[in-house]
Write a protein that binds this ligand. Structure first.
Ligand SMILES: [Mg+2]
Length: 394
C-alpha cells in the first residue's frame, strides 16, 4: 500500500521556547548554549533564533565564534528539563493522530498516517491540523514534510523552514529531488561530494540519470545506495517506540571538525543534557554509548557497561570521553557525535529505591547533581560551571 509519512521538525526549538516564555527575547538574536564569557567561553551553541542566524551564528558552533559574530546577542543556557516537557507535549499531540510515531530527537518525529487518512483527511490536511494544534496549544511552529517515505519527508520538512509545509505527491519523488544538491542525499559527505563534483554530477537529478553500475564502480556500495536514494526509493518503516530503551542526545557540527577541544566540549554538553533528562524521568542507566560520524558519513558506536547504575555527569562523562578517544584519530574530521545511555532502571536519589547506600560518594554526587539542576532552574544555569571537566588535569 502507498504510505503517507510526515516528518515533523520544530523550528529553532530551544530558542523558540525561550522566546515564547520571555517576551523580551522576541525578535532579537537569541543564542542558547554555553556561557560565552565575553568571547573566552568554551563550549558550543545548542540552538539559536532565526534573528541570530542572520549574523552567521549556527548550532554546534564554538560559542566564542558566535560571540565574535554577534556580541550584542542574548546568550542563555539551555533548560533541558523544560524542553523535554514541551517535547512530551508535542509527542502527545502527534499520538492523537496515529499510533505510528517514531521520535528521532527531542524536537523531531516521523509519523505514519497511512491508516488514518480516511478518518483525518489527506496527508496535507493532517499536517495542517498538526501544525495548527502545535501552534494553538504550545505557541510554537513546526515545519512538516509529507511524502510516501521517510527520506523524502525529511528533506521536504527542511525546505521551507520556518513554519513550512511541503507535500511531495506520490510519483513526484524523482522530480522533487532532481534539482536538489547531492548533499541532501544520506551518505554524501564532503569527500563523496567532491568526487561527484569532479566528475560533474551536482544536482541529484544527474545522479538519477546515470546507470547504477557506473556509480557503483566509482563509489562502491555508497554509489549503489546513492543511486537508489536519487530515485526517491526508501522502504524503511516508521518504528514506534515500545517503552523507552535509551536516552541520549546528538549534535551535527555544521562544519566537520577535527578540533578535539570542540568535540570534548560538545560531548560534555550532550552528557549534561542526557543526565538532566534522566533525572527528570527518574531513571538511572548501566550502559553508556557514544556515536561518532566522520565526514564521509561512516558511523561508529562504542559502548561500555558499568558495574553500577549511574545518572551523573561525573560518572558518565569520563566514560563517554574514553570511548570517544578510542574512535578519534588525529586529523579525523567529525560530522556528528552523540551520547546515550541504556539499560535503564527507574529510580534516582530523589524517588524510588535508594541508589547505593554503601557508596557515600555516589550519594554525594547525586545530591550535587540535583542541587545543580535546582540552581540552573532557578537562576538560569550560569551559577555553576564544570570547569574541572572542561579543563581536566592531565
Ligand atoms: Mg528542529
Amino acid at each position: 500500500m502507498l504510505r503517507t509519512i510526515l516528518h515533523i521538525d520544530m523550528d529553532a526549538f530551544y530558542a523558540a521556547v525561550e522566546q515564547r516564555d520571555n517576551p523580551g527575547y522576541r525578535g532579537r538574536p537569541l543564542i542558547v548554549g554555553a556561557d560565552p564569557k565575553g568571547g573566552m567561553g568554551r563550549g558550543i551553541v545548542s540552538t539559536c533564533s532565526y534573528e541570530a542566524r542572520r549574523f552567521g551564528v549556527h548550532s554546534a558552533q564554538p560559542i566564542s565564534q558566535a560571540w565574535r559574530l554577534c556580541p550584542h546577542g542574548i546568550y542563555v543556557p539551555p533548560d533541558m528539563s523544560k524542553y523535554a516537557r514541551v517535547s512530551g507535549m508535542i509527542m502527545q499531540i502527534l499520538a492523537d493522530y496515529s499510533d505510528m510515531v517514531e521520535q528521532i530527537s527531542i524536537d523531531e518525529a516521523f509519523i505514519d498516517v497511512t491508516g488514518c487518512r480516511r478518518l483525518s483527511g489527506t496527508g496535507r490536511e493532517i499536517a495542517e491540523k498538526i501544525k495548527s494544534r502545535i501552534f494553538g496549544d504550545l505557541r510554537l511552529t513546526a515545519s512538516v514534510g509529507v511524502a510516501s517515505n521517510k527520506f523524502i519527508a525529511k528533506i521536504a520538512s527542511d525546505l521551507k523552514k520556518p513554519d513550512g509545509l511541503v507535500v511531495v505527491e506520490p510519483g513526484g519523488e524523482k522530480e522533487f529531488l532532481a534539482p536538489l544538491s547531492i548533499r541532501c542525499l544520506w551518505g554524501v559527505g564532503q569527500k563523496t561530494g567532491e568526487v561527484l563534483k569532479k566528475i560533474g554530477l551536482r544536482p541529484i537529478g544527474q545522479i538519477a540519470a546515470v546507470q547504477p553500475g557506473d556509480l557503483e564502480r566509482l563509489l562502491g556500495d555508497t554509489g549503489a545506495r546513492l543511486w537508489r536514494l536519487s530515485q526517491g526509493i526508501d522502504d524503511r518503516p516508521v518504528k514506534p517506540q515500545e517503552g523507552r530503551k535509551s536516552i541520549g542526545h546528538e549534535i551535527t557540527f555544521e562544519k566537520d571538525t577535527a578540533d578535539f577541544g570542540l568535540i570534548r566540549a560538545a560531548l560534555l554538553e550532550l552528557t549534561e543534557k542526557t543526565t538532566r533528562r534522566m533525572r527528570l524521568e527518574k531513571v538511572r542507566a548501566r550502559t553508556v554509548a557514544v556515536k561518532f560520524r566522520k565526514e564521509d558519513f561512516s558511523t561508529f558506536t562504542r559502548q561500555t557497561t558499568l558495574r553500577e547504575m549511574v545518572d551523573t555527569v561525573e560518572k558518565i562523562f569520563p566514560v563517554a570521553l574514553e570511548l570517544t578517544k578510542k574512535l578519534f584519530q588525529e586529523g579525523t574530521r567529525v560530522r556528528l557525535i552523540g551520547v546515550s545511555v541504556s539499560g535503564l532502571e527507574s529510580g534516582n536519589s530523589a524517588a524510588g529505591p535508594q541508589p547505593d547506600l554503601f557508596n557515600q560518594v555516589s550519594r554525594k554526587e547525586q545530591k550535587l547533581a540535583e542541587a545543580v539542576d535546582d540552581i540552573c532552574r532557578r537562576f538560569g544555569g550560569r551559577a555553576i560551571t564544570r570547569a574541572a571537566l572542561i579543563h581536566p588535569k592531565a
